[in-house]
Design a protein around this ligand. Structure first.
Ligand code: ARG
Length: 458
């Protein structure tokens, strides 16, 4: 039996029911639905719209349904259209007439808007804590690797020397911004739509401030038409989730490159790698590849919801039911990717020697050799040309700048002295870069301290 069966003279066609129903996915927020109903009924009684006795019967009934679904003794039946109908029908079956008053002064339009917000709020909190776990792992790696030298790249060509701490520090900043975005979205969406009715409020003397505060909202929403048709917060969330995935995907791409046979900068732990069914030598970075791959799925959800919303007139239209599956999928995908990615980073090993010699052999200290000449009075443009000749010489002999003899240096420019070796050592190159944000240990230690304090307070 449908909640709205009164006006109809025929049963719904089964295919129509199946197409229209959302119970297969909106059962995900039965807890939030019950929480919202309890707040609603509490407010109705306070306003004298229900008696205290009716309120108690309804709340006891709802709590019973909650624990029975939780413990598996009550199965959510697919014959109901949606989770709202299922809970209301079950309540009426269990407590009789009082249950029929639950929906007073409420529509499924404001109810579903509320449920989705409550669900989203809970999920934002969970995702935030997973991003925080990742940040803690990144910070641990940073602390341990302020002097683990590696090449920094532009155009995927070795550019200047840096450290693992500095490279990971870049991701720390990205994921820190991701948390800030989540928190902004939470604050902006945290207004309660309940009491907006179908679209034009209700004639009952509802206390919307009370409902809002019972449900930990900042306050009630201020326009009932907007309340039931606003999905901006989901679009913002999907955008923030897409950005998290974009960051995870870039990081994954680097892990895949670093883990390749050619680079061997890192080694993924056996517990976070997979093998090949035919090639016995293989140890594949499947987790990183899957994270990179699943990014498309989350972007898809964002594009999909933006497209769904673009032509919808005010106020509620059934198109909006489409927000759920894709948002749930995006949330679950991001949560899964975050926890696996953190585990993978936490267990991988750095091949310090390989990274260091890669930095050395890639002329990442060429800029520092030019700076050496500049410090000895050579104009930068000339210095650039001289070092270009050094590099050519080295490429020809297949050696690094550090391997050239002083005579060879002097043959190209008499300005070079014994202290050139010290000036272009990886350690010096990195250590001299001490402006805030740079990889030098002094600067890095400051940033690590700032990040540590951020994690302690946020
Ligand atoms: N399942 C619906 C949704 O997710 C609930 C709202 C139904 N409202 C309506 N007027 N049919 O959007």
């Amino acid at each position: 039996m449908k909640l709205w069966g009164g006006r109809f003279t025929k049963e719904t066609n089964q295919l129509v029911h199946n197409f229209n129903a959302s119970i297969s996915f909106d059962q995900k927020f039965y807890r939030q639905d019950i929480r919202g109903s309890i707040a609603h009924v509490t407010m109705l009684a306070k306003q004298g719209i229900l008696t205290d006795e009716e309120k108690d019967i309804i709340i006891n009934g709802l709590n019973g349904i909650l624990s029975d679904i939780d413990n598996g003794s009550l199965e959510i039946s697919s014959t109901s259209e949606d989770i709202h109908s299922f809970i209301e029908q079950t309540l009426i079956e269990r407590v009789g007439d009082a249950g029929k008053k639950l929906h007073t002064g409420r529509s499924r339009n404001d109810q579903v808007a509320l449920d989705m917000k409550l669900y989203t709020r809970d999920e934002i909190t969970e995702i935030d804590s997973l991003v925080k776990d990742l940040l803690n792992t990144i910070l641990r790696v940073m602390k341990e690797n302020t002097e683990t030298f590696m090449p920094g790249f532009t155009h995927l060509q070795k550019a200047q020397p840096t450290t693992v701490a500095h490279h990971f520090g870049a991701y720390f900043e990205m994921f820190k911004r991701d948390r800030q975005r989540l928190s902004d979205i939470y604050d902006r969406m945290n207004y309660c739509p309940l009491g907006s009715g179908a679209l034009a409020g209700t004639t009952y003397p509802l206390d919307r401030e009370l409902t809002a505060s019972l449900l930990d909202f900042t306050g009630p929403t201020l326009n009932s038409m907007d309340s039931v048709s606003d999905r901006d917060y989901l679009i913002e969330l999907l955008s923030a989730l897409s950005t998290i995935m974009m960051h995870l995907s870039r990081f994954s791409e680097e892990i895949i490159i670093w883990n390749s046979n050619e680079y061997r900068f890192i080694e993924l732990d056996d517990s976070y790698s997979t093998g090949s069914s035919i090639m016995p030598q293989k140890k594949n970075p499947d987790i990183a590849e899957l994270v990179r791959g699943k990014t498309g799925r989350v972007y898809g959800a964002l594009t999909s919801l933006l497209t769904t919303m673009k032509g919808i007139p005010l106020a509620y239209n059934k198109d909006m039911q489409e927000d759920k599956e894709l948002t749930f999928d995006a949330i679950d995908t991001v949560k899964g990717c975050l926890s696996l990615f953190t585990g993978m980073i936490d267990t991988m090993k750095f091949n310090n020697e390989v990274m260091q010699s890669s930095a050395k052999n890639g002329f990442t200290n060429a800029t520092d050799a030019a700076d050496y000449l500049v410090n000895h009075g050579v104009p930068f443009r000339d210095a650039h040309g001289i070092v270009g000749q050094l590099v050519l010489f080295c490429i020809d002999k297949n050696i690094s700048l550090d391997d050239m003899t002083l005579e060879e240096y002097k043959a190209i420019s008499p300005v070079f002295e014994e202290d050139i070796y010290e000036a272009i050592s990886l350690k010096t190159c990195v250590e001299k870069r001490v402006t805030i944000g740079a990889p030098g240990k002094e600067a890095m230690d400051k940033v690590i301290a700032i990040n540590e304090e951020y994690l302690a307070n946020n």
